[in-house]
Design a protein around this ligand. Structure first.
Ligand SMILES: [Zn+2]
Length: 53
């Protein structure tokens, strides 16, 4: 099984910072390695996923 490559945009709902990361999608969950925002927020995030062709 091959993981799907995706580009993920993560927006922090606390400070508004945006992060663009590359990750992989595996069985419905996305692995990006993102841990937390620079403001220490790690759960109030807006995650947008884009497929990479
Ligand atoms: Zn933040």
């Amino acid at each position: 099984m091959e993981a799907l490559r995706v580009k993920v945009t993560i927006r922090c709902n606390v400070c508004g910072e945006k992060f663009v990361l590359r990750g992989s999608r595996d069985k419905g969950s996305i692995e990006t390695g993102f841990k937390q925002c620079i403001c220490s927020n790690s759960n109030d995030l807006e995650i947008e996923e884009h497929s990479v062709l």
